[in-house]
Design a protein around this ligand. Structure first.
Ligand code: F6P
Length: 550
């Protein structure tokens, strides 16, 4: 038992009950579950705002869901959720509140961190962002030489890149089509090179996005971007003010870099990087889609926040999705989770979720620092569905691994799709429905034989089925729906971290690599001796220098 009076997860009676239930369930199949209960599809469906969520194709019964609910109660998921919404410092290793929900709370809400209502600050930054976005979009904001801005380049990494890049891609149809938006994250100079090589500096605005403003990749790229700009404009540092703005919590470092803090859009330490694109980090997105549609997106987030906060457990979608993930990860040995959007616009959605989920729940010690004795966060992966069908779906259908998957699709294509392409949407969605159907129900050897297939090929053409999937269907991929989807996943990740008793809001695992890179760099550039360097890395460094021509 720990200080909060919580037993080890795997010693809780609720955990044992689930293990037993898993044994009893044996190899029960989805065909059988659907035959036993004709109302299953209807009963195992939820509507959250615009999201229609079907979880009937899961290897669960009412008893499974009851036992998973018991586990959530025993592990205090709702208590931790309330503590998060209240502003308690539930990020214990960094002693921080976790208040991304305040970023999308209505202006009238009161949410306190350290006794101070954070909502007025949030609203005032949103207003400042709105004014700035309007000016850039309308051409009122001019570059150093008096020309209007045509391209916005966001420079950031991790949460300061993935969120805005994903959301811009998702909402392209709602964006200012006469402007271009680019996202640079990689310290590989190729990224910045490709982003700026065809741009005119006089018409380019750089948004430097970094919570800490110390991240080496971002500061390096921002410095190179500044050099590119000033060289291209043949101007001195006075040109920076019209072409660089910063999004950060660290005014001191922003000023040190040479950006006027009037051109800084603030956020706060209670916004985690991977939970930040609805803060000032979303400025590039706001310029793309305009402040009104950005607000619609925030309202979508808020709708799901309220659902998570208030819906009863059996109707609570993030709770349910979190528990289903635990069911497969901890009781079926599933190691990964596929996210398969059937929308080209969601091409960066899974990459975004990788940080959200894997940086949050890729932990192996519990909140008290003890090594966990159970599996935690899964490997999250996937690409837009139809492309995946011609690549890795073979393994999903006939491989040996248990891989639960989420199918995300929309009834309508984006509003500005060329009329000639609208008919393709039904074909896209036919694939969407067919794939989860095939994964769930497969094809029996007898069904294969009935098609006249030669006996020796029957095993090869048989589909086991019983691959669990969730289907999320909405009318269209609007700003609000995107907000709803992201909040759904944020809270799902929260639920899992709460059950596993880990701190989902720190990320110490990224630190060691950063420190070692700093130590190794002088060895690459100057051939400096790195004390204590292991033999393998030392030999690789020597080879690198040789190949590089040093
Ligand atoms: O990868 C570690 C990390 O700290 C992420 O959590 C964060 O989103 C990213 O680096 C970027 O950090 P910053 O916004 O401070 O530059």
């Amino acid at each position: 038992m720990n200080a909060e009076g919580r037993s080890r997860l795997d010693q809780m009676p609720e955990w044992t009950a689930l293990s037993k239930h898993r044994e009893q369930l044996g190899e029960v199949g989805l065909r059988e579950l659907f035959e036993r209960d004709p109302a299953r599809a209807e009963r195992y469906t939820l509507q959250i705002g615009d999201l229609h969520l079907d979880y009937s194709k899961h290897l669960v019964t009412d008893e499974t869901l009851r036992l998973l609910g018991d586990l959530a109660s025993a592990t205090g998921v709702s208590e931790l959720r309330n503590a998060m919404f209240r502003g308690d410092k539930i990020n214990i290793t960094e002693q921080r509140s976790v208040l991304h929900t305040a970023l999308r709370a209505p202006g009238s809400a009161v949410v306190k961190s350290d006794g101070e209502n954070v909502v007025p600050g949030v609203q005032s930054v949103l207003t400042k962002m709105g004014t700035f976005s309007d000016r850039v979009r309308s051409g009122d904001w001019k570059g150093h030489t008096g020309r209007r801005i045509k391209t916005v380049v966001n420079i950031g990494i991790g949460g300061s890149d993935l969120g805005p890049a994903m959301a811009y891609e998702a909402l392209r149809a709602y964006s200012h089509r006469d402007m271009q938006f680019r996202f640079v994250s990689n310290v590989d100079g190729a990224d910045l090179h490709e982003a700026v090589r065809d741009l005119d500096p006089a018409e380019t605005l750089f948004i430097i996005a970094s919570k800490t403003f110390t991240t080496i990749e971002t500061i390096t790229n921002a410095t190179s971007a500044r050099d590119w700009l000033l060289t291209g404009l043949r101007a001195g540092s006075e040109a920076v003010a019209k072409h660089f703005v910063a999004l950060s919590t660290n005014a001191e470092k922003v000023a040190e870099f040479g950006i006027n803090t009037d051109n800084m859009f603030e956020f706060w330490d209670w916004v985690g990087g991977r939970y930040s694109y609805d803060s000032a980090i979303g400025l590039s997105l706001m310029i793309a889609i305009g402040k009104e549609q950005f607000r619609e997106m925030l309202a979508g987030f808020h709708l799901v926040d309220e659902h998570f906060r208030t819906a009863p457990p059996q109707e609570n979608a993030p709770l349910l999705l979190g528990l289903l993930g635990i069911w497969y990860g901890n009781f079926f040995g599933a190691q990964s989770h596929a996210v398969l959007p059937y929308s080209h616009y969601l091409s960066k959605f899974t990459a975004y979720l990788q940080q959200l989920d894997m940086e949050s729940n890729g932990k192996s010690v519990d909140r008290d620092g003890n090594r966990v004795g159970w599996q935690t966060g899964p490997v999250v992966w996937g690409t837009p569905g139809t492309n995946g069908q011609h690549a890795y779906y073979q393994l999903l259908h006939q491989g040996t691994k248990m891989i639960p998957a989420d199918f995300i699709g929309f009834a309508q294509p984006v509003p500005d799709l060329l009329p000639g392409l609208v008919a393709q949407h039904d074909l896209l969605m036919a694939n969407f429905f067919a794939q989860s159907q095939a994964l769930a129900f497969g094809k029996t050897p007898d069904e294969v034989r009935a098609e006249g297939v030669a006996e020796e090929l029957v095993p090869h053409k048989t589909f086991q089925g019983n691959h669990p999937t969730t289907t999320i269907l909405a009318k269209e991929l609007s700003p609000s729906v995107l907000g709803q989807l992201i909040a759904l996943y944020e809270h799902k990740v929260f639920v899992q971290g709460a059950v596993w008793n880990i701190d989902s809001f720190d990320q110490w695992g990224v630190e060691l690599g950063k420190v070692l890179a700093k130590r190794v760099e002088p060895a690459l550039t100057e051939g400096a001796e790195v004390p204590g360097l292991d033999a393998s890395t030392a030999a690789l460094v020597a080879k690198y220098r040789e190949l590089h021509g040093r």
